[in-house]
Design a protein. Structure first.
Length: 90
């Protein structure tokens, strides 16, 4: 319309697509956690439930640990920014 290519209206900007995929993956992980428990939250299961490619969770979160950290930060804002510190016994 008005000199703008038609596909401009149906293709989301890259940032919006990325955030949309992250959101889908997190929702899928939340559902698996709630319905089946922590052991069910695997990268493959999350991708399948989110109707995403098998590599999407690893791409967006770096692995299962990153996905679980993002999920925890989403559920508990105080967790944001914290890194796991090795436990030492004194």
């Amino acid at each position: 319309m008005f000199g703008v290519p038609w596909f401009h209206f149906i293709v989301a900007p890259p940032r919006a697509r990325i955030e949309g995929m992250r959101e889908r993956l997190l929702r899928a992980a939340e559902g698996l956690l709630r319905e089946e428990g922590l052991q069910a939250v695997t990268l493959e299961a999350v991708a399948r439930r989110a109707h995403a490619g098998r590599g999407a969770p690893r791409y967006h979160f770096g692995g299962r640990q990153g996905l679980l950290e993002a999920l925890a930060a989403r559920q508990h804002p105080r967790v944001r920014g914290r890194r796991r510190v090795p436990h030492t016994v004194r």
